[in-house]
Design a protein. Structure first.
Length: 166
């Protein structure tokens, strides 16, 4: 098993460009600003709106993003070494812990420090629409991979047949 690394110390969801930038930084740097940019670019498909919160202070160890789920829930999300944490119900608004939306038939959620390791975990917990779109996207990518592997298999069989006939 691999050791767990702090969220912002390792690029868990960064694109290759952001990963390269991270690898050139000193080991002590926490690149939460890059993590925020990666979260925006990688999850835009499954939310109404998502952007880096430019009106709030940010640093390499603390950043904020604003998002609106497909269900219309607005959140200001803090990104730090502790993870992704909803801290406001309006853009650029930091008021403290934000409970998940109340679902019919469920108990009222406790107001606590709700930290998620990834933006995917946060959105999956708070948005059924995100879960649905993520599942669809994953299924599409798996189908593409399967098609690609089948094409490669057909190509290899053709090469073997050509090679065996010589």
């Amino acid at each position: 098993m691999f050791p767990r690394l702090a969220l912002c110390d390792w690029p868990t969801s960064m694109s290759s460009e952001l990963f390269a930038a991270h690898m050139t930084a000193s080991e002590g740097d926490k690149l939460c600003t890059l993590e925020a940019e990666a979260a925006v670019s990688e999850t835009a498909f499954g939310v109404r709106d998502i952007r880096v919160a430019e009106a709030l202070p940010f640093s390499e160890s603390l950043a904020y993003i604003n998002l609106t789920t497909l269900e219309g829930e607005k959140l200001c999300v803090e990104i730090s070494a502790a993870g992704f944490r909803p801290v406001g119900v309006f853009y650029d608004d930091v008021v403290g812990p934000v409970p998940p939306p109340h679902q019919e038939g469920e108990e009222e959620p406790e107001l606590g420090m709700e930290n998620y390791e990834t933006i995917y975990a946060l959105l999956s917990a708070r948005s059924s629409g995100f879960r649905h779109r993520f599942s669809e996207r994953l299924a599409q990518r798996l189908a593409q991979l399967q098609d690609h592997q089948l094409l490669e298999g057909d190509h290899e069989e053709e090469e073997e047949e050509e090679g065996g006939g010589k």
